[in-house]
Design a protein around this ligand. Structure first.
Ligand code: SAH
Length: 209
């Protein structure tokens, strides 16, 4: 199947929705989103939809991935921690921007599947299965930390793993609608820079399912 037309339409739509960063648009134009969705949904890969990837999880809408990436404002060589690998699509977009990515996924099957696809697509990152609430202390500190699932509050082990002037992006709140909140680590404190409403799945606690 040929996806170039659908992809071009997605990029136009993202621009119309307000995505401006040319690097982000370029990254989304390069990553083959169809490789990160289940075969049964490939035809919808570039639609503005969150598609099921199994285990009650979804690959985020293109706009969500684009906007999160834009807010995170990463560049080449930064060390970035992603919590919630899911399909691996957001991971691929971050790798495309040249970051040194560390990604954690709590569901082992999803973690393995995403790792395989990322490797096949030549996106080399450090990926593991585990509880993202704990961060990845051995690899800290990070220039940026991104949560792709929503939490009631910032997990307490996370902030210590963020560099001074580092950015933290996390969907906060209870219920389906979350407030995607962008923080800057400044003088040992988190300063909130932006808030936007989005729908996200819940960040799991290891004992929950
Ligand atoms: N951006 C991803 C979104 C995946 S959905 C994509 O486009 O595919 C969020 C993911 O977070 C799910 O795969 C879920 O299993 C994972 N997750 C939930 N709680 C987690 C936790 N505590 N630690 C790590 N991953 C978690």
């Amino acid at each position: 199947m040929e996806f170039s037309k659908q992809k071009a339409e997605m990029i136009e739509r993202l621009q119309a929705q307000g995505i401006k960063d040319p690097m982000v648009l370029q990254a989304l134009d390069t990553v083959p989103r169809e490789k990160f969705v289940p075969v049964a949904f490939m035809h919808k890969a570039y639609a503005e939809e969150a598609l099921p990837i199994g285990f009650g999880q979804t690959i985020s809408h293109p706009y969500t991935v684009a906007r999160m990436t834009e807010l995170l404002a990463v560049h080449n060589g930064m060390r970035v921690l992603e919590i919630g690998t899911g399909s691996g699509y957001q991971s691929a977009v971050l790798c495309e921007l040249g970051v040194h990515l560390f990604t954690i996924e709590i569901n082992r099957t999803l973690a393995r599947r995403a790792q395989k696809i990322l490797q096949q697509q030549k996106y080399y990152c450090a990926a593991r299965s585990g509880d993202g609430n704990l961060g990845w202390p051995a690899m800290a500190p990070f220039d940026a930390i991104i949560f792709t699932a929503g939490a009631a509050a910032i997990p307490e082990r996370i902030t210590g793993q963020l560099k001074e002037q580092g950015r933290l992006l996390i969907p906060l709140g209870s219920g389906q609608e979350k407030t995607l909140t962008l923080y800057l680590q400044a003088g040992g404190k988190l300063e909130s820079l932006a808030r936007e409403k989005f729908i996200f799945v819940e960040l799991k606690q290891p004992q929950s399912d």
